[in-house]
Design a protein around this ligand. Sequence first.
Ligand code: T3D
Length: 262
Amino acid sequence: NSDTLIVAASDGVLTLTLNRPDKLNAFNEEMHRALRAGMERARDDNSVRAVLLTGAGRAFCAGQDLGDRDPRKSAETPDLGYTIETFYNPLLRLIRSINKPMLCAVNGVAAGAGANIALACDIVLAARSAKFIQAFSKIGLIPDSGGTWSLPRLLGEARAKGLALTAEPLPAETAAAWGMIWKAVDDDQLMAEASALAKRLAAGPTFGLGLTKQAIQSAASNTLDQQLDLERDLQRRAGRSADYAEGVAAFLDKRAAQFKGE
Ligand code: T3D
């Protein structure tokens, strides 16, 4: 348990709320450990069928807490490779590898690692007033938390480089228009809309949704032939699921399906 993360489970949705609002939810080690534990619960707990990540207060997340990196307070140069390997990379790998829909409600500014953690999620909704900032270049760093991987894939090299080199804030509506996120919604509707979507997906055929996530993520490094083979294999598994049997039976019976995620 930690005050830096609010964890709530309901209707199959595990909601994880970053909770250091006075620091715009910047990451210290305690919040890193709490979020890792929350994600591991999302992975291991079968009653969790979708995850919703968001932030408390006016920001989503301002990335690394720079107060913990003040060069005037330590004689030693920090080894950022160590902190990336210990905290940020395992988090990114978890978000991408958990075979459940991972939603992010970006309630305000998402800067540095905060922006790229949001972009690692499967479905990103953002408040219209939110902004995405690749803040790294302002302090002499490179985009991490998968940013150099996700930005060119989502946006192409020109826009990825523009954002990363200038650190200009990208408004949520432009992010949606560019295809970087799923959609921008009115600020006062964000949590209602994100929670409703998370609940809907959690009640869906989550075994198949997990395979869908896996297939789409594999596309970037596969040839068409490899991807067709993968689709065959994953469809074989989906076709053996109880959810598929229920989906077809419910369609034929003209009733709502009762999916169990298996
Ligand atoms: O170190 C490693 O392990 C490597 C990994 C690095 C990953 C990274 O994320 S590096 C990038 C770190 N993040 C940033 O550089 C962003 C810094 N923040 C900002 O640029 C701005 O705060 C924002 C654009 C996000 C928001 O601006 P604004 O004007 O809305 O708010 P503000 O006034 O700047 O911030 C409000 C408070 O939050 C303020 O504290 P105060 O004065 O009220 O006591 C500010 O210091 C604090 N805050 C914001 N971001 C951070 C932060 N405190 C610590 N660390 C932060 N990242």
